[in-house]
Design a protein around this ligand. Structure first.
Ligand SMILES: [Zn+2]
Length: 159
């Protein structure tokens, strides 16, 4: 069976950045299960998997724009320290916030006196990504999975 729209694919993957540093891997875990054609995984990886079947191995390079987007300077902004009230602030802290581009995970990247600089870019924004992928299994999706637009069970949603 080949990976086409509305099939469930289970894949093992290792993700490296352009410098060869491992950022994420399914090794030692269940394979990742996703519903093909639903945008469950980044676009560049999904299109490379189209037509593949169990046992296929592939190396996929995805440019930043097709992965988590280019780094956007306008998503970096200073906010007053007072907005955090009594909470401690530290460089590297992350929290959910409403931003100009919708709800995002933002990271504190600098603290300068009464000013806290937050960055709403995805942590992998601006990174060209290299995936080593092995297709483990391809199966039909259940009615319920198609209805929800994602995979249930091992490697997918538990509900
Ligand atoms: Zn569901």
């Amino acid at each position: 069976m080949k990976i086409t729209d509305k099939k469930v694919a289970l894949i093992h993957y290792t993700l490296k950045n352009a410098g060869g540093e491992v950022l994420d891997s399914s090794e030692g875990h269940d394979p990742l299960a996703y519903l093909h054609g639903e945008g469950n995984i980044i676009a560049g990886l999904e299109s490379a998997l189209e037509g593949k079947s169990a046992g296929d191995k592939l190396e996929v390079s995805v440019e930043a724009a097709e992965a988590y987007g280019e780094y956007d300077e306008s998503l970096v902004q200073p906010i007053p320290r007072s907005q955090f009230g009594e909470h401690d602030v530290e460089v590297g802290m992350q929290f959910h916030a409403d931003t100009a581009v919708g709800p995002r995970v933002v990271t504190i990247t600098a603290i300068d006196g009464d000013e806290v600089v937050i960055d709403a870019n995805h942590q992998l924004a601006g990174e060209d990504l290299n995936f080593s992928v092995e297709v483990v299994e391809v199966r039909d999706a259940s009615e319920e999975e198609l209805d929800h637009g994602h995979v249930h069970g091992p490697g997918g949603h538990e509900h």
